[in-house]
Design a protein around this ligand. Structure first.
Ligand code: ADP
Ligand code: MG
Length: 334
């Protein structure tokens, strides 16, 4: 059945039942003009929003609607986690053409609902509209953090170690694989990294508890996201190419297909791991705590410097400036 046959009200009615909120602290959710949530004393709220547009962020042929629904929430929860906050609420707005199948939307929402359930997030509302061209998804997410404990990008100090969770460039490899029409079974880990990123919620809480000074999620690529931390903290960084964690499938794909591995590792976006800095003495315990509790690899890739600018030390020990790259929606790659 097409959405044009079902109608907005009947669709929202189905979503209201799918997203039925049982969590405490939400007396009113889907069905009224606005959601009501209880405030929690001693905590601050963090809020974020991210859009996913067909033709810009995804093609419908790249993944199942269920996977797309999960990813739409995941990228938002990643921002909440990167603040050191616990994700609690989400709002889901969808615009689709009249030719959209109801089943496609319901599968999308089921994926969104699955990840919400796994992460303890209540879907408290949203908006539904017709679109003249393609599917548009806009998600807002809220989380809570103890007052004054949110981890910003601005707390990095000279001498801090620079750490990343997960692998760098895997999602860029997965995207390239899709764009080039390479069989998805050839590098399944890369495909998974792009299509089904998991927000590093537990990893972020452990980084916070270990004493991290600054944190962000790696959504635009290491070069951009480390620059964000350095500029916000008025510091620089020196990082080593050989310390950067590369998924074995990415190394293999680059060697076999002639991809520019360094560009993908340093500038590839959408990995949604964490990038954080922590006092050098605290770094080993942070690595151990995160790896043992979550199984996610954690790597120390360099250190924060008092001098501005980011330098990269290559495998031969030569130092060069970090290439100015990363994803910019209006500049494309540049
Ligand atoms: P309004 O006319 O006030 O914008 P709507 O008819 O758009 O109200 O929405 C009715 C209720 O359904 C609201 O509580 C809204 O938050 C919720 N809602 C609408 N669309 C969605 C959606 N895509 N996902 C979750 N909740 C939604
Ligand atoms: Mg509305």
């Amino acid at each position: 059945m097409l959405v044009s046959a079902l109608g907005e009200e009947a669709l929202i009615d189905q979503l209201r039942r799918l997203f039925a909120v049982t969590a405490p602290g939400v007396p009113t959710s889907i069905g009224d003009d606005a959601a009501v949530i209880d405030t929690i004393s001693g905590h601050q709220m963090v809020w974020t929003t991210d859009m996913l547009l067909e033709g810009v962020h995804f093609l419908k042929t790249w993944q199942t609607p269920r996977q797309l629904g999960r990813k739409s929430l995941a990228v938002n929860l990643s921002d909440i986690a990167a603040m050191g906050a616990v994700p609690r609420y989400a709002l889901l707005s969808i615009a689709c053409t009249l030719r959209t199948q109801v089943d496609y939307l319901l599968e999308f929402c089921q994926g969104f609902c699955d990840l919400a359930g796994e992460t303890g997030v209540a879907v408290i509302g949203g908006d539904t509209s017709a679109s003249s061209d393609g599917l548009v998804v806009s998600v807002s997410a809220g989380g809570q953090v103890l007052t004054g404990k949110a981890l910003s990008r601005s707390g990095a100090r000279p001498g801090d170690s620079v750490l990343v969770t997960g692998y760098l460039g895997s999602a860029a490899g997965g995207l390239r694989q899709l764009q080039d029409g390479i069989d998805s079974g050839r590098y399944p880990g890369l495909q998974q990294a792009f299509i089904a990123p998991m927000p590093a919620v537990a990893e972020a809480r452990l980084a916070l508890e270990s004493g991290a000074n600054a944190m962000t999620d790696i959504s635009d690529g290491l070069a951009s996201d480390l620059k964000h931390i350095c500029l916000a903290s008025c510091v620089g960084a020196s990082i080593s190419r050989e310390l950067m964690p590369v998924h074995p499938e990415l190394a293999a794909a680059a060697a076999q297909l002639g991809w520019d591995l360094d560009a993908m590792v340093m500038a590839g976006g959408e990995d949604y791991g964490l990038l954080f800095t922590i006092g050098a003495n605290e770094a080993p315990a942070a690595v151990a705590a995160i790896q043992s509790a979550t199984g996610t690899p954690v790597a120390v890739i360099g250190e924060i410097t008092a001098a501005a600018g980011i330098s990269v030390i290559d495998e031969q020990g030569r130092q060069s400036p970090m290439p100015a790259s990363g994803f910019d929606h209006f500049l494309k790659y540049g």
